[in-house]
Design a binder for this molecule. Structure first.
Ligand code: COA
Length: 186
């Protein structure tokens, strides 16, 4: 699938090689891990996302600039199993190479994901769970029409301590009524 400036490909086994150079940058995984991914962590992440696509029929896309063979990150929908108290839920998420930050790609890709969630999957609500101190990510959620419902603490995992996240959300009604101008991904 393509948006105005991006190609979006469902993550598959081949995505690990494309995403590894992006995930090897500390800024990309600063939230929530404070460090870059090793190649093995990228492989494990991709394997999990391939399984997500296979079991649920939707998931994260690898993002490429139109006509470029190089991946610049991911965007898309996933079930936020790391935070059981918000389930059942579908989250829209984004993670891009710092080289392309500031161009609105996260917003463009996220709008395509929301369109898929509401118009194709028929969801009633889509959430996003940025860390409260990750201001660019909170801002992307606001730009796609989400509002903060509440904040929660995601419990520690073996890879990180507890993190405070904003539960940002947009309902089907809010999506349908959104002002179109300047917000389309296509
Ligand atoms: C979050 C992310 C995808 C946003 O990328 P992007 O599309 O390039 O977004 P921008 O850089 O254009 O910034 C988006 C908004 O945040 C604002 N912003 C950027 N840096 C900021 C900062 N340090 N403090 C406050 N606001 C900031 C921008 O001004 C912009 O708001 P605007 O549209 O009102 O001008 C990118 O920063 C990223 O990949 N970060 C690492 C991965 C990550 O943390 N993902 C989120 C996990 S929840």
């Amino acid at each position: 699938m393509a948006t105005r400036r991006l190609e979006l490909h469902p993550i598959d086994q081949g995505s690990a090689a494309l995403l590894a150079p992006v995930f090897a940058k500390e800024e990309v995984w600063r939230y929530p891990y404070g460090r870059a991914f090793t190649p093995a962590e990228t492989e494990a992440f991709v394997a999990g996302q391939v399984e997500h696509w296979e079991t649920l029929g939707f998931g994260l896309w690898t993002v490429l600039e139109l006509g470029s063979p190089v991946a610049v990150g991911y965007v898309g929908l996933s079930v936020p199993t790391f935070l059981p108290e918000v389930l059942p839920a579908v989250e829209v998420g984004w993670r891009l190479d710092p080289q392309v930050w500031g161009r609105g790609y996260a917003t463009e890709g996220a709008l395509a994901a929301l369109q898929g969630g509401f118009d194709v999957l028929g969801l009633d609500r889509v959430i996003s769970l940025p860390q409260t101190d990750n201001l660019p990510s909170v801002r992307v959620a606001e730009r796609i029409g989400m509002r903060c419902d509440r904040t929660l603490v995601a419990p520690a995992t073996p890879k990180r301590g507890p993190v405070e996240v904003a539960v940002m959300a947009i309902s089907r009604g809010e999506w349908t009524r959104r002002p179109e101008s300047g917000r389309s991904a296509f």
